[in-house]
Write a protein that binds this ligand. Structure first.
Ligand code: HEC
Length: 116
């Protein structure tokens, strides 16, 4: 059977257009993903601190409300910080029900940057 070029060429053109569309949309979604770092979508340690901790500790860590420890002077090790943030201590509330493990890690890293 001989191919009818009047039908075959438009048919192939439509297939090629479809392939180009698929390739373009794949490329653009990949570049969108690489241009949007994950931590842009998640809250940063600073944001977590300012929305949950600053009301007692102050944005710079020195407010001391309800006897909140001065975080500039605190020199606890990482595991001690994680324990206090997760479980709380006396007036200091526990955060393990409100924040994810990853958020507790981020806020722990952030409060260390408040130290002098
Ligand atoms: C309701 C007030 C309050 C809030 C909110 C609060 N804290 Fe505290 N925090 C305290 C108090 C009070 C202490 C002192 C606990 C003690 O030793 O009796 C403290 C102690 C700490 C300590 C121990 C410091 C040291 O050197 O002993 C860390 C670390 C800490 N808070 C981090 C945080 C983080 C991170 C958040 C937010 C996720 C937070 N706190 C939210 C009141 C608060």
């Amino acid at each position: 059977m001989e191919l009818d070029s009047h039908l075959f060429i438009p048919y192939m053109e439509s297939k090629i257009k479809l392939i180009i569309l698929i390739v373009l949309s794949t490329v653009s979604s990949i570049s969108f993903a690489t241009l949007t770092p994950k931590n842009k979508l998640e809250k940063t340690g600073k944001e977590i601190f300012e929305s949950n901790c600053a009301r007692c500790h102050g944005t710079d860590g020195t407010k001391g409300k309800w006897g909140a420890k001065n975080l500039k002077l605190s020199n606890l090790a990482d595991n001690e910080l994680l324990t206090i943030i997760s479980n709380g201590k006396r007036i200091m509330p526990a955060w393990n029900h409100t924040l994810t493990t990853n958020e507790i890690e981020l806020v722990k890293e952030y409060i260390k940057t408040l130290r002098k």
